[in-house]
Write a protein that binds this ligand. Structure first.
Ligand code: PBG
Length: 343
């Protein structure tokens, strides 16, 4: 007979002997008790809604790689801002899809006080002054090569880029932006923007640093949204952080805080929760995560195929940021979540 003998179950200790009568399932037994012991909660106050702007009037353009997200002309963006305010969403982050004809080697259109992003800010602030506006002072929507910096002889030149970004940030503040969120990862940009804002009479405009922005594959759909996908040659590894590095992320963040960042952000989000947690533990600053386009798209695509429950995955992914220590999340799900939470 070659059957394996059954493992003898007895004698063994009882479960109460094993756990010393500690049973963690006691508090999980009912909805009321689970609610009572729930440690983290997602609320509408945690949400920042990134929106895409495009020229025109009454335009609502689909973005194929981001089902459910649209490029909005400024007038439509104003209506969406009104909706966001009614839902209680604290702030919007705007990203422009700039006319190709206006993009050039140095991203000079960031220095146009009436560029798309600044017109968006003015219009939204005029109609919905109670909602916060966060603007990205970065060159990538404005450059003909899709990089976040000025490109000379194949090199992204740091200091010249910083001057341009700081000047652009002042124009964004003048248009009514409440928070400047520079996403380009140039060295010295936070201090330069702080100096420029203060010198221009905007001491109350805050800076949210994209302190740790990783050279990530998850930005793909965003590049389609703002039209940099076909332009970008090469990668952004000379300015974004290597996804392998944690200590470097800490040093980047420390530097940005010393230069004057009021809040810090981790980007992408879910694959970098360890960074979120470590930043909050280390610096105790308002800490945000950007659930980026690729993260949004993965959930949407799987849900569209019926492979996951999209609504539950959305809520769980956002709650994970709270558990990791984030104060809030930039997410394309913001209006959908806000509507759900209102119910
Ligand atoms: C670049 C920028 C990026 C995103 C916002 N601003 C990344 C990139 O194109 O390299 C990504 C946002 C997203 O993926 O949702 N300054």
């Amino acid at each position: 007979m070659n059957r394996i003998a059954p493992i003898k179950a007895e004698p063994r200790r009882s479960v109460d002997e094993i756990t010393a009568s500690r049973r963690l399932r006691r508090m999980r037994k009912a909805d009321w008790s689970r609610r009572l012991v729930q440690e983290n909660r997602l609320t509408v106050d945690d949400l920042i809604w990134p929106i895409f702007l495009v020229e025109g009037e009454n335009v609502r353009q689909e973005i194929p790689a981001m089902p459910g997200v649209f490029r909005l002309s400024v007038d439509v963006a104003v209506r969406e801002a009104e909706r966001a305010a009614r839902l209680g969403i604290p702030a919007l982050a705007t990203f422009p899809n700039v006319d190709m004809a206006l993009r050039d080697q140095t991203g000079s259109a960031i220095l146009d006080e009436n560029n798309l992003i600044n017109r968006g800010t003015r219009a939204i602030k005029a109609a919905v002054p109670e909602i916060g506006i966060i603007t990205d002072a970065a060159l990538d929507p404005f450059t003909s090569h899709g990089h976040d910096g000025i490109l000379r002889d194949g090199i992204i030149v740091n200091d010249e880029t910083v001057d341009q970004v700081a000047a652009g940030a002042v124009l964004q503040a003048a248009a009514g932006s409440d928070i400047i969120a520079p996403s380009d990862m140039m060295d010295g940009r936070i201090g330069a923007i702080r100096d420029a804002l203060d010198a221009a009479g905007f001491p109350d405009v805050a800076i949210m640093s994209y302190a740790t922005k990783f050279a990530s594959a998850f930005y793909g759909p965003y590049r389609e949204a703002i039209g940099t996908k076909g332009l970008l040659k090469g990668d952004k590894k000379t300015y974004y952080i290597d996804p392998a590095n944690t200590d470097e992320a800490i040093r980047e963040t420390e530097q940005d805080i010393l230069e004057g960042a009021d809040m810090v952000m981790v980007k992408p989000g879910l694959p970098y929760l360890d960074i979120c947690h470590r930043l909050k533990e280390t610096f105790a600053l308002p800490t945000f995560a950007y659930q980026v386009s690729g993260e949004y798209t993965m959930i949407e695509a799987a849900a569209a195929n019926g492979w996951i429950d999209g609504e539950r995955a959305m809520l769980e992914s956002l709650l994970a940021f709270k558990r990791a220590g984030c104060d809030g999340i930039l997410t394309y799900f913001a209006p959908r979540v806000a509507e759900l939470l209102q119910k």
